[in-house]
Design a binder for this molecule. Structure first.
Ligand code: BES
Ligand code: MN
Ligand code: ZN
Length: 470
């Protein structure tokens, strides 16, 4: 895969074309300051600085002197400007560019991320793919490292999700985690196949045992033990057939993305390690394929989870919460200061909030306040949903302590979150993100396909959470 981080580079190469962003409400003022020739050129091209409009201004000899682009007037924060210029690279020729220095440098730094991400394409399997080639030169005053680790994180998430299950099964996900850990010296311990039983992780074994590629728990750790413990858990269902309660074809079609939660926590882990945040980081990924074979779990089977709670399998398609519950128990046992999980957990979350808004569940109001504020500041939206305890009633089982699904079919995202919550005792604070992990229709900076959601909001929250005076 081409490395998108190379698209943003320190300045001073030759032949750089300047780009001037113009907010539509500033357009008249800008135009007044131009020469008669520019005036005429702009008018004759119907340029009005409408958001997304671009126009090249020519030199005498017909080459490009400058490019003007219509943009939204000032975003609420510099970080919120991430997609500010994301529509531009697709409309201009290959080459080296810089942004007019009238723009605030924090804003440029943020927009540089979207600039690079807009040139993402997943072309692992394409013969005639061209490399991204619109380079943005930044002045030396702008630190490049946070731009690079953010771009890299999105690229990690997108590539992992877009890779088909055939090439992104549990072993390949393990290899991806190790590749992300390696440059930072993070430790990765993996428990595979029958060893899951011995390690008392029965639900991960049960969901994944019917697949050709053995189920496993990937356990990454990094950082100083003296720092606050932050543990990330990500759903790593490399393909979700639904198991014996088989999914309908139209829903199964996209299920290579069911390891999206694990992709998110790996992207987020990359940011945390690259930024060298003062945390003791742990990442837990139950990596399985929810497959069908003679040894698959059946509806009506009962599994005694790591926590001791017994669960009846009401539907084998509610497998995400099964693999997550043992991983969450394991995480909670060491009483982390912050426990976050990401999962493509329910279709119901999408019915409720659509593809853009991760359904966010926590009973910690302070943590929600931090996440909400971060989401707005970073332009990385989240929406809180309730952990409405009375709905636990709908998950009763006749033979076990709980069922893995609710009866009645109401509030599917909430009941799934309530189920997970039962396994988080010990964690000082817990939040669950039910993400879609997919961009259904291309938008500036966000091509159709695998998508990262809430990772900048989560990163910013972790940074504040762990560096604030307490
Ligand atoms: N991976 C799916 C959820 C999903 C489906 C996420 C489509 C995003 C898009 C999950 O494992 C699942 O199948 N959930 C079921 C639960 C049900 C059986 C209680 C669902 O949401 O229908
Ligand atoms: Mn499922
Ligand atoms: Zn699933």
């Amino acid at each position: 895969m081409p490395d998108l981080t190379e698209l943003v580079c320190p300045s001073t190469s030759q032949g750089v074309t300047n780009i001037t962003p113009i907010a539509s409400d500033q357009f008249d003022r800008w135009l007044d300051a131009q020469t008669r020739a520019t005036h005429a050129w702009v008018k004759s091209h119907d340029f009005t600085a409408k958001e997304g409009q671009t126009l090249s201004l020519p030199t005498q000899d017909g080459s490009i002197a400058e490019i003007i682009v219509g943009v939204n007037s000032a975003p609420e924060s510099a970080e919120a400007a991430i997609w500010w210029l994301a529509g531009v690279p697709a409309k201009i020729p290959a080459g080296n560019y810089s942004i007019s220095d009238v723009v605030d440098s924090a804003l440029i730094a943020s927009a540089a991320i979207g600039w690079a991400l807009s040139q993402y394409s997943f072309n692992r399997y394409k013969k005639d793919a061209t490399s991204p080639n619109r380079f943005l030169m930044l002045p030396d005053t702008i630190g490049i490292s946070s731009i690079q680790y953010t771009v890299a994180a999105y690229q990690i998430v997108r590539d992992l999700i877009n890779t088909p299950a055939e090439d992104m099964g549990p072993p390949e996900l393990e290899a991806a985690a190790k590749a992300i850990a390696e440059p930072f010296g993070a430790k990765v311990v993996v428990t595979i196949g029958d060893a899951l039983q011995e390690a008392n992780l029965p639900t991960i074994h049960m969901v994944g045992r019917a697949a050709e590629k053995a189920p496993r728990l990937i356990d990454l750790s990094w950082g100083d033990d003296k720092h606050p413990k932050v543990t990330l858990v990500g759903k790593g269902v490399c393909f979700d057939t639904g198991g014996l309660d088989i999914k309908a074809a139209q829903y199964m079609r996209q299920m290579k993305k069911d390891m999206g939660g694990s992709a998110h926590v790996l992207g987020l882990a990359h940011m945390i390690m690259a930024a060298n945040l003062p945390v003791r980081l742990r990442v837990l990924i139950p990596a399985v394929e929810n497959a069908i074979a003679g040894n698959a779990m059946r509806p009506g089977d009962v599994v005694v989870t790591r926590s001791g709670l017994s669960v009846e399998i009401g539907n084998t398609d509610a497998e995400g919460r099964l693999v997550l519950c043992d991983a969450l128990s394991l995480a909670a046992e060491e009483e982390p200061d912050l426990l976050m999980d990401f999962a493509t957990l329910t279709g119901a979350a999408r019915v409720a909030l659509g593809p853009d808004l991760p359904a966010t569940f926590t009973d910690d109001d302070d943590l929600w306040g931090l996440l909400d504020k971060s989401g707005q500041q970073m332009n990385d939206p989240l929406w809180r949903m309730p952990l409405w305890k009375p709905y636990l009633e709908t998950m009763k089982s006749d033979v076990a302590d709980t069922d893995n699904i609710s009866d009645g079919g109401f509030a599917g995202a909430i009941t799934a979150a309530l189920y997970l919550q039962r396994f988080t005792d010990g964690a000082k604070s817990w939040v669950h993100f039910d993400v879609f992990g997919w961009q259904p229709k291309a938008a500036p900076g966000k091509p159709k396909g695998g998508a990262a959601q809430a990772i900048r909001a989560a990163f910013h929250s972790i940074k504040v959470f762990t560096t604030a005076d307490s």
